[in-house]
Design a protein around this ligand. Structure first.
Ligand code: CP3
Length: 353
């Protein structure tokens, strides 16, 4: 850990803080001119694989926005390559997995000992830690087994998740073997990130919302619980994030992740209350609100902070990542507003006690 006493780490543990920590998913990305400049000379995967570049992109974004945590610049899909499943990013189409998984033998040949080949991610974390020391906490991350398996089977993004669900329903044992294999490599990959100085780990289950509660509980929850309990052994707080996940929240809560991410479809207090006795949540402004005029953004951010009511354990974020054409100034203004208003709110709450 590099910044164990930061307000971000404290909030992840459900402890009181003087203001609400704020960071943004995809805070380093195409909406920033500095990032577009780096991308003129390097592909996305090249940036990920060059620790000095990945660290530079991470640092530039966090310092421009003045947020309370930095997420390491990497991609969810990097572990696929070292398991034996190559992919590339095609312009306009997003990620493309060259030979999507279909059969038991496709799963059998996947390897699980390749985490050391992802060492460039830990090196980038170490470079950021060297830059900031204890001034800014670092977030490491990985995909959740369902979301990674859905890319491996669909071969890319998907609308109806037909292939992944077919696989799950028709080959349940092979499905479980696949999730088990992912967990092995992810646990080693994250242990390395924590050794390099990551303070908190976020597990992205971006596409989990396509599942019914019944299917989530039967096909996904047991392996997700297994992963999160393995990651908790590293000793750092774990954030478990999903989208379109309101109906799944009580089940996601059973993973015992330290923090659960809420998307914008549920009011913050309602989502929080759906997870009984939960110490910490993260969220949950609609990323598209960042395209609105400032008074609207401000009013909606204020509403979220008012719902949290200065209760310990709220980390402010969007309900999903920043979109590529978002106006940067709005993101900067939002971070500043959250920091200032949440500090004021604590004063007001203390005054009424
Ligand atoms: O600042 C950060 O949040 C850290 C960097 C980060 C990236 N990807 C860089 C990236 C993180 C946390 C991710 C996670 C990721 N990658 C997820 C989960 C997060 C989520 O939003 O739900 C997913 C699903 C992926 C897979 C992936 N990578 C997709 C679907 C895409 C979009 C393709 C496109 O063209 O829009 C990517 C590309 C990607 N990863 C970009 C960035 C900044 C796009 C920019 C580029 O091409 O340079």
């Amino acid at each position: 850990m590099s910044a164990p006493n930061s307000i971000f780490v404290r909030a992840c543990k459900g402890l009181p803080t003087d203001s609400t920590p704020v960071w943004f998913m995809r805070q380093a990305g195409r909406y920033m001119s500095e990032y577009r400049e780096v991308r003129k000379h390097h592909s996305l995967v090249e940036i990920c694989k060059k620790p000095e570049l990945a660290a530079e992109v991470t640092i530039t974004a966090a310092e421009a926005l003045q947020v309370d945590a930095a997420i390491i610049f990497a991609d969810l899909l990097l572990p696929l390559e070292v398991m034996g499943l190559p992919f590339h990013f095609s312009a306009g189409e997003g990620p493309v997995i060259e030979k999507p998984l279909r059969t038991a033998s496709d799963v059998k040949v996947l390897t699980t000992n390749g985490a050391p080949e992802l060492g460039y991610v830990s090196e980038a974390i170490a470079a950021c830690v060297k830059h900031w020391g204890s001034k800014l906490p670092m977030i490491g991350f990985c995909g959740a087994p369902f979301t990674l398996a859905s890319y491996m089977i669909e071969g890319g993004g998907s609308r109806n998740y037909v292939e992944v669900k077919k696989f799950m329903y028709n080959q349940p044992e092979v499905w479980d073997e696949l999730l088990g294999k992912l967990n092995i490599i992810l646990a080693a990959y994250i242990a390395d990130q924590v050794k390099a100085g990551a303070d908190v780990i976020q597990v992205f289950d971006s596409w989990v919302g396509c599942l019914s509660v019944e299917d989530y509980r039967k096909y996904v929850l047991p392996r997700t619980k297994e992963l999160i309990s393995a990651l908790k052994k590293t000793g750092v707080p774990i954030i478990y994030f999903g989208t379109d996940s309101t109906t799944l929240l009580p089940s996601m809560n059973e993973t015992e992740a330290d923090v659960i991410g809420l998307d914008w479809r549920v009011p913050l207090d309602v989502g929080w209350a759906m997870m009984k006795d939960r110490p910490a949540v993260q969220g949950n402004l609609d990323p598209v609100l960042l395209y609105a005029e400032w008074p609207e953004i401000k009013q909606r951010a204020k509403a979220i902070l008012d719902l949290a009511a200065a209760r310990p354990g709220h980390i402010f974020n969007l309900g999903h990542g920043i979109l590529p054409t978002t106006p940067v100034q709005n993101v900067k203004n939002l971070a500043k507003f959250v920091q200032e208003y949440s500090a004021q709110l604590r004063g007001a709450v203390a005054g009424t006690r």
